[in-house]
Design a protein around this ligand. Structure first.
Ligand SMILES: [Mg+2]
Length: 231
């Protein structure tokens, strides 16, 4: 096994439990804005509509077909439409409220802090994320992650999204790292695994849900504690 010195982590769905945090804030919004009165049956159906729309919008954003502002402004109108509410009078602050509540949520994947405590004395740790600067910083502070990382590299700051090689080169450069002594840990076959492979960085595919993958990651784990066996 190579001697790694620099570990680059993805944030959403790898350390920060995106699904749990998002679902909790959508359930709160459902009650707070009394969405039942608009005809949405349950918080569960609201969550399903969110996923149906949000995934497509992020796909378009990842491909560069949609900008941040457009994603933010069109998201909830489309979600309400998907939920069967036509011409809904959506409160103006809805998107902002959603972002605020979600990024303030603290839930991490099991044993995240323990594994970071284990790794921190031995390696330099970084985050590379396709999220937006402000929300990623807030997520990290509300979940207690901020103190573990030397640097947080976002697609917004670098102007390039994973799997674009330029964000990885930027990260290596900023970290003073080499591809040979670096390791990328993430849950996305395309953004994280294909992205790191493209620049010759070894990868750990974090796959807690048994997602299919057509690439061969250097390592695959289903639980973060397995990193202790590798590192
Ligand atoms: Mg991810």
């Amino acid at each position: 096994m190579k001697t790694y010195q620099h570990l680059f982590f993805d944030l959403d769905h790898t350390l920060w439990d995106y699904d749990r945090n998002v679902q909790e804030s959508l359930s709160e919004l459902f009650l707070y804005y009394k969405l039942e009165e608009l005809g949405i049956l349950s918080s569960q159906s609201f969550i399903e509509s969110f996923y149906a729309v949000n995934f497509k919008l992020w796909e378009a954003y990842d491909k560069g077909e949609m900008q941040k502002d457009e994603l933010r402004s069109s998201r909830f109108p489309r979600i309400f439409e998907q939920a069967g509410v036509l011409n809904a009078a959506i409160p103006e602050e809805f998107e902002g409220d959603f972002m605020h509540r979600t990024s303030s949520k603290p839930h991490l994947f099991p044993h995240t802090i323990e594994i970071l405590e284990y790794l921190k004395p031995k390696y330099k740790l970084y985050v590379i994320t396709n999220g937006f600067d402000e929300s990623q910083a807030k997520k990290m502070s509300s979940s207690g992650l901020s103190g573990y990382f030397e640097l947080v590299i976002t697609s917004e700051t670098t102007g390039h999204k994973k799997p674009d090689p330029r964000i990885f080169h930027y990260a290596l450069d900023q970290a003073g790292a080499y591809k040979e002594n670096s390791l990328m840990i993430g849950d996305s076959p395309i953004s994280d695994i294909q992205g790191a492979q493209g620049v010759g960085i070894d990868q750990v595919f974090f796959n807690p849900v048994g997602k299919p993958i057509h690439l061969r990651p250097t390592y695959t784990i289903s639980h973060l504690r397995e990193l202790e066996d590798l590192l």
